[in-house]
Design a protein around this ligand. Sequence first.
Ligand code: TYD
Ligand code: MG
Length: 473
Amino acid sequence: MPKTHSRFICQQCGRVSASYMGKCPQCGSFSSMVEEIIQEEAPARSPNASRGLTGRTSPRRIGDIATDPEPRMPVPISEFSRVLGGGIVPGSIILVGGDPGIGKSTLMLQLAMEMAKTRGVLYVSGEESERQIKMRADRLLENGASLPENLYLVTETNLSTILDHNREVRPAILIVDSIQTVYLPELDSSAGSVTQVRECSSQLRELAKSSGVSVFAIGHVTKEGVIAGPRVLEHIVDTVLYLEGDRFQAYRLLRSVKNRFGATAEVGVFEMRERGLAEITNPSEAFLAERMVNAPGSAIAVTMEGTRPLLVEVQGLTSAAQFGNARRTPNGVDYNRLLMLAAVLTRRVGVKLGEQDIFVNVVGGLKIDEPAADLAITTAIVSSMRDLPVRADCVLIGEIGLAGELRLPGQMPVRLREAQKLGFKTAIVPKRLRKAEPWPENIHIIEVRSIYQALEVAFAVEQKAASKPKASD
Ligand code: TYD
Ligand code: MG
């Protein structure tokens, strides 16, 4: 029997501790520590594991180290390629996380079918039968196209058998759907437990590093710690991608939250259609397509998703609270941020929101966590409250401080250029105190110091707003 000892690991943040703790000292979550049994002769800790990525460990002069770009397999799906940083690095392991039903298997099967046109791909599923996957593949095929020769499917959950299959097929890409369904028979715990998920991932990582196969592991994001979620794996893998979106809406965002071989926070945009996920190469246009111009309660924000600016419509609605308890209901915006913005509006601008329910919605199922959207959110709320539409063809960019002051977010030229490219004529933005980089000239820019001043110029019927007392800062 191999010797074992146990340790505890937080399912939220991955913090390891020798003894059980009710509250994680790192992330502060409660009851998130689970016991993990460690076998001292665990396969992942074979002598190979400490040999480093290239197999050699002798120190070299920094100047002697070659820095040629990583060789990459080009990915024909450009939105996917962008998120990976320009293709798949051989021998890397990539985690693709997301809520159940969001489209991970669909996306990976599409990738598998594209890549299998030029190289071998092995798709291992522990969730669906080979027949089910074949049927999905048929559905994804364009008219008249035939299934790729080099795509192999197998339903298997025993990782040792999966490694055997991999040895036999020798694919360039191995897809494991999902990491929560595979298990190592030599470990006692059941599939999906922290121990299994971590050990299986470590073995897949070993496989990738030693054989050069690129491994994609799909992981379900789980509600607070029932089973091990992708969070505990983030440090084992090279790249972490999340597929997100509103299940009831068509848009899906593929976001890189970690990438050893490229920029993080890069985003690819897709739309779930009848035939799988279609690329949206011009997302701002898509997100604004259904906008009702001149309707009160709507404002356009420009957020940065990675290196790409995105124009999104933010909607606000206020309505007299029914039972004294005014509610704040954000969709796509952080709840606490909304509370803060409502408080700033009440205290600094005098908008009486105390007895109003507030609803905020980001169109397209997008989640925006950038403070640069503050100005659009507050303007949408006030627009609904006053029943005045925001002036036509106008974007609003700016972070709001507690004193009601506006702060300039980064990357303004890129944001303004995108707005201008989509036909917006005006931008209401925070005042520039330092003129560091030039701004585009062919868009009318209104610089304001405070949310109060922004609201004075934001509405279509300016006379009405102008009759209110003047701002002084
Ligand atoms: P799936 O890839 O199975 O999700 P996950 O692997 O993340 O759990 O996709 C689930 C949803 O996608 C399902 O509700 C059906 C929908 N779908 C389409 O709308 N079009 C398609 O072509 C396919 C294959 C799926
Ligand atoms: Mg799936």
